[in-house]
Design a protein around this ligand. Structure first.
Ligand code: GLN
Length: 279
């Protein structure tokens, strides 16, 4: 198979399987399998794909046609300009989550200690540490498999960060200046209506916010006080229709300076609150 034939084959297969952006994905999979850059492809479309590369490509196309997300096939996703390893044991980092990380970065200063709850791949924790050296970061997740991925990312980026298997705060010690989290927040009843890539392949544990989607916000708001310093801040990613609900939960727990931040699409995406009034 030549590079061009491979691309056309992949594109047709993915189009038939109704994969969104079939042409683009066929290209990404070919790039992944062949290691060949676009400029090379355009210059030498008639070049033969080595047999082992061809096998990798065909398998990758088969997987994508079953609607396995591209990132689980290539094993990587970029977040905050950094490439993170991913597997089907972690949520694929989303561009929207960069809004959350950027907000935290604006506030974070060397010497501060921060906690990333539900760290998954570690994308928030590690991108914050990379962008704000001199801070101390701890990531917690209930899933041992997710923490394994976060550990690999920590090693790959040569960063030091605490990683703890914990049901939210259960295994954590000490106080933090900042707590950040992108917890599971999809209403359970809505999961079956999500894209096949998400509902069929991403870990439910990372999506499921129980009946009303607010389960983890309720727990985080209710349980965080002993772990947050006086004047410390809580940063939460939320779904577009959860701004009022989550702000209310923070208010009920005594948080002040509550702000809702919008994403690039103009939808509510992040809630921030400050903990005041002793504990
Ligand atoms: N913190 C990770 C992320 O933002 C995982 C979030 C999750 O599993 N809900 O991608």
């Amino acid at each position: 198979m030549t590079l061009k034939e491979a691309y056309q084959y992949g594109r047709e297969k993915l189009e038939k399987a109704e994969v969104p952006e079939a042409a683009l994905d066929a290209w990404y999979l070919l790039e992944y399998a062949s290691g060949c850059r676009r400029s090379h492809f355009l210059a030498c479309p008639g070049e033969k794909l080595e047999t082992d590369r061809e096998q990798v490509f065909l398998e990758a196309v088969r997987e994508r046609a079953r609607r396995v997300p591209l990132q689980y096939i290539t094993g990587e996703q970029e977040f905050m300009g950094i490439s993170f390893l991913v597997s089907d044991q972690v949520l694929i980092p989303r561009q929207d989550t960069e809004i959350l990380a950027e907000r935290v970065l604006k506030y974070l200063r060397p010497g501060m200690r921060f906690l990333d709850l539900c760290t998954g791949s570690g994308c928030i924790l590690l991108s914050l540490l990379k962008n704000c050296p001199g801070t101390e970061g701890v990531g917690a997740d209930i899933s041992a498999e997710a923490l394994e991925v976060a550990r690999k990312n920590r090693e790959r980026l040569s960063l030091s960060a605490g990683l703890v298997q914990s049901d939210l705060f259960s295994e954590l010690r000490g106080k933090f200046d900042v707590i950040v989290s992108n917890p599971p927040y999809i209403r359970r009843g809505e999961i079956p209506s999500l894209m096949e890539e998400v509902r069929g392949h991403e870990p439910w544990l990372a999506l499921d916010g129980h009946e009303d989607g607010l389960f983890f916000y309720r727990r985080i708001a209710g349980e965080c006080r002993p772990y947050l310093k006086e004047g410390g801040r809580l940063y939460l990613e939320i779904g577009w229709d959860q701004g009022t609900g989550v702000s209310g939960l923070l208010k009920d727990q005594g948080f002040t300076e509550i702000q809702v931040v919008k994403d690039l699409a103009g939808l509510d995406r992040v809630v921030i609150g400050t903990l005041t009034g002793g504990c």
